[in-house]
Design a protein around this ligand. Structure first.
Ligand code: PEP
Length: 259
């Protein structure tokens, strides 16, 4: 059985260490010691150390929003996997659509970053998803096939089992539009089928596949109840502790019903 993972991607927010600490504190206090679903937050790099201190003693994972594949050297502005581990990170988001589409992140780079994360024992959250134009042109599966095969190239089945995938339709990110549970489940089932064909049934059954795209407390329950949706990657609603905790609670309710 796969534990649900609810992760909050804070993106370029909030704007101060104090506000980041307060948000982390709110999530920590609301969650308490619950571990029936896994929870992680992804603050900007500069707040990681502070948020790690705030989260001490809680089961909440600490995620970075990106990393570089090289361990050290002349790479101005970059952060390595070992540096993330050093400041307390447990997870790292890789290939978010805002980096794929806004910063020229390629599948080859995502693959190099994924291998660096796995080597450092960070749990990678690898994002994939189609644009609105690609969906309208009925290219969703082709796009996902290219992203999945490029991003996970060269992984063993055991390595693949430790990867978290996040299906994030680009048209649903930050837009208020959400994939219907039927649309999301169909894509998650397609991803699971690809995992089974590529790495075997047993591995496919172990991979956590999150949904992301305007997940809110009001729509989380029906998405998380879908058989192949194993959690949520949350952007906007992760910036208010109560909203994020509402999504976590929806996951806990689904888990309590035996999913
Ligand atoms: C995201 O950034 O990964 C995301 C899903 O954002 P939002 O929840 O705001 O759509």
């Amino acid at each position: 059985m796969r534990a649900l993972l609810i992760a909050g991607n804070w993106k370029l927010n909030p704007t101060s260490t104090e506000a980041a600490a307060a948000l982390a504190e709110g999530v920590k206090n609301g969650l308490g010691t619950a571990t029936d679903v896994h929870v992680a937050v992804a603050p900007p790099f500069v707040f990681l150390t502070k948020v790690d201190q705030v989260l001490a003693g809680s089961p909440i994972g600490l995620a970075a929003q990106d990393l570089h594949w090289e361990p050290s050297g002349a790479f101005t502005g970059e952060i390595s996997a070992a540096m993330l581990v050093d400041v307390g990170c447990t997870h790292v988001i890789i290939g978010h659509s805002e980096r794929r589409h806004g910063m020229g992140e390629t599948d080859a780079r995502v693959n190099a970053k994924l291998k660096a994360a796995l080597a450092a024992k960070l749990i990678p959250i690898v994002c994939v998803g189609e644009t609105k134009e690609e969906r309208l042109a009925e290219k969703t599966e082709d796009v996902l096939l290219a992203q999945l095969s490029g991003s996970l190239a060269g992984l063993t089945a055991e390595e693949a089992a430790g990867v978290v995938l996040a299906y994030e339709p680009v048209w649903a990110i930050g837009t208020g539009l959400t994939a219907t549970p039927e649309q999301a489940q169909a894509v998650h089932a397609f991803i699971r089928k690809w995992l089974a064909e590529t790495f075997g049934e047993a591995t496919a059954g172990r991979v956590v596949v999150q949904y992301g795209g305007s997940v809110k407390p009001a729509n989380a329950a029906e998405l998380l109840a879908c058989p192949d949706i194993d959690g949520a990657l949350v952007g906007g609603a992760a910036l208010k502790a109560d909203d994020f905790l509402g999504i976590v609670q929806a996951g806990r309710d689904v888990a309590a019903r035996g999913k």
